[in-house]
Design a protein around this ligand. Structure first.
Ligand code: ADP
Ligand code: MG
Length: 224
C-alpha cells in the first residue's frame, strides 16, 4: 500500500512501561493513533502524561512493551542508519557542544555513511533554508536558545524526512524565539513534504495546529 493516503505511522493499542513489580511506571497506556502523510499534529498534556514516551515510540527511538507501531509509508521501521525517514527534535538542548552548527546538522548523514563533503553541503543548504547560514560556523554555546533550536530543526530536516517529531521544541524559549522555532518547523515539514508531530505546553504553539491530541495519565484522552 503506497500513496498519499498511506499513514506515516500507526500505533495500535500501545503501552510502554518502565521498571517492574511495585516500582512499575506506566508511561503510555493503551494508545491507538495514526499520523497521516503531511499531517500537522500537536500533543498537549501535563508534565508526566506520556508525551515524550509516545513521541519516542512514534519516532522509532523506543519500542512498546505491548502493542505495535508501524510506519506504512516509510517502507519499514526507522533506523538511525537510514537518514531521511524520521527527523527528531529532542526535548531540551541536544546539539553536540564540540561541533559547530553545520557539523551538528551534518552528523546524522555522516552517521548514516554519507561522505563528509556531501553531508556538509546538505547541512549548509538546510541551515540556509532556515535563515541560519550566518551561524553555520558557530558553536552551540555561541547561539541564542532560539537559534540553537532552529539548528536542531535543520538537523531534523537534513535527511528529507517523511515524519518530523519535535518534543517540546520551544520549552525553554521566550515567545518571540518560540514563534521563530515553530515557523522553522512548519517550514521544514512543508519543504520536506513531511508530517509533523509536536508536543508542547505552550498554548500559543498548540493553537497554531488543527489536529490536537490531549494526553493525561499515559492515554490520549481526546483527539480532534
Ligand atoms: P511527559 O513528556 O508528558 O512529561 P514522559 O513521557 O516523559 O511524560 O513520562 C511519562 C511517565 O513515565 C512519567 O511518570 C515519567 O516519570 C515516566 N518515565 C519516562 N521515562 C522513563 C524512564 N526512562 N524510566 C522510568 N520512568 C520513566
Ligand atoms: Mg516530555
Amino acid at each position: 500500500m503506497t500513496g498519499t493516503d498511506t499513514p506515516v505511522v500507526v500505533a495500535r493499542r500501545v503501552a510502554r512501561t518502565f521498571g517492574s513489580g511495585a516500582a512499575v511506571v506506566v508511561a503510555v497506556h493503551d494508545v491507538t493513533c495514526c499520523v497521516k502523510a503531511g499531517a500537522r499534529v500537536v500533543v498537549v498534556g501535563p508534565s508526566g502524561s506520556g508525551k515524550s514516551t509516545l513521541l519516542h515510540l512514534l519516532a522509532g527511538l523506543d519500542r512498546p512493551t505491548v502493542g505495535t507501531v508501524s510506519w506504512p509509508a516509510l517502507g519499514g521501521a526507522p533506523s538511525g542508519l537510514r537518514p531521511g525517514i524520521v527527523g527528531v527534535v529532542f526535548q531540551g538542548l541536544s546539539l553536540v557542544p564540540a561541533l559547530d552548527a553545520a557539523e551538528n546538522v551534518a552528523l546524522p548523514l555522516q552517521l548514516a555513511g554519507i561522505d563528509d563533503s556531501t553531508a556538509m553541503a546538505s547541512a549548509l543548504e538546510a541551515l540556509d533554508r532556515l535563515g541560519l547560514a550566518a551561524v553555520a560556523r558557530q558553536l552551540p554555546e555561541e547561539l541564542s536558545g532560539g537559534q540553537a533550536q532552529r539548528v536542531a530543526v535543520a538537523r531534523a530536516l537534513v535527511g528529507a524526512p517523511m515524519l518530523i517529531v519535535a518534543d517540546e521544541p520551544t520549552g525553554q524559549l521566550d515567545h518571540v524565539a518560540a514563534a521563530s522555532v515553530l515557523a522553522a518547523l512548519q517550514q521544514a515539514a512543508t519543504a520536506a513534504g513531511a508530517a509533523l508531530v509536536v508536543s508542547t505546553h505552550d498554548p500559543a504553539v498548540a493553537d497554531s495546529f488543527v489536529e490536537r491530541w490531549v494526553m493525561a495519565d499515559g492515554r490520549i484522552e481526546w483527539a480532534g
